[in-house]
Design a protein around this ligand. Sequence first.
Ligand code: GDD
Ligand code: MN
Length: 363
Amino acid sequence: MPPVELCLVIPVLNERDNIAPLVACVDAVLGGIGWEIIFVDDDSRDGTRAAIAAVARQHPNVRLLHRIGRRGLASAFVEGAQASMAPLIAAMDGDLQHDERLLPKMVAALRSGQYDLAIGSRHVDGGGLGEWDKTRAGMSDFATRLSRMVLKVPVSDPMTGFFMLRRDVFDQAVRGLSAIGFKILLDIVASLPTPPRIKELPYVFRTRVAGESKLDAGVLRDFALLLVDKMIGHIVPVTFVLFAVVGLCGIAAHLVVLLVGMRLAELPFERAQLLATALAILGNFALNNIFTFGDRRLRGWRFVRGLITFSAICAVGAVGNLGVASFLFGAQRSSWWFAGLVGAAMSLVWNYAVSSVVTWRKR
Ligand code: GDD
Ligand code: MN
């Protein structure tokens, strides 16, 4: 066997029927190139790993990385790449939608030394989206525009999941990666210290034959998180920003409930304030559970338990807030708004720091 020059990292989730055809396609086009495949499987339930084991008996250069309790194309690619030592690394889908005939061209482009990165693009002459409907194409187009906010170089198709790069280029980016969600190419290009030289090769996105797409609302959320993390993640964690935004919504909701409680329901102030506080905590908890900590979302009994710990943490935060604010306002003679703001900021940081490790602790 020739030494391994190229490692194909292929993230898979329930792709049983695509494994054998995919390896056959790759094998057919990569004659003369030493290659290996690392399938990164996030605990598929359909027999994908058995299918991989079956092809590995014929192809000793096919390997498996089995992850448990993890999700996401981006982190799967990173871990697969790190499990290999090949000088060239490619990312490819495991559902035959990426045209494997591009692989030799990508290798040639990188071997020439003129490029750092070769991408399969659907937005250059000869490329295309295949049979995507208007909605999906529109979403992809919108995401492509948004991604320009974090990219320092023009990339015709930053949303593509089909590309190849040199290991030394990957190593320059790897410590800065967000590795959130699906869009690993965007992440890599935005994390490189200098703009890479990119070879763009056209391909037409094929129609999926076996298995199902994994695109869902979570993928959209993760894309937004990736963009925010790339823009400000080096200053504050992106979950803190979400937590703060949810907190601001909570204050607005609090004031609305207070107003409605007093004006319409004619509750005395203390009652209305108590009701508003309770609803704001419940609302904040539910929103943080969906957005901020959506990756560790609490359901059923854990939801109830989480609500209890979250309320307790917020109560302690409120006491601290009051303590600091009255100290500044009283002893330090600070202005009311400064004292109020510092108190609120204190409790925000406290609530975030403690609830992220207690209420939404990583399991
Ligand atoms: N390990 C792992 N973990 N693999 C996953 C996961 C996951 O959480 N989610 C999806 N995959 C695998 C799928 O099994 C498939 O091999 C590949 O990642 C792409 O998933 P699809 O669900 O088929 O994605 P798609 O066709 O909607 O999206 C494709 O188009 C995008 C271009 O707009 C993918 O190619 C993306 O990579 C590409 O960016
Ligand atoms: Mn697909």
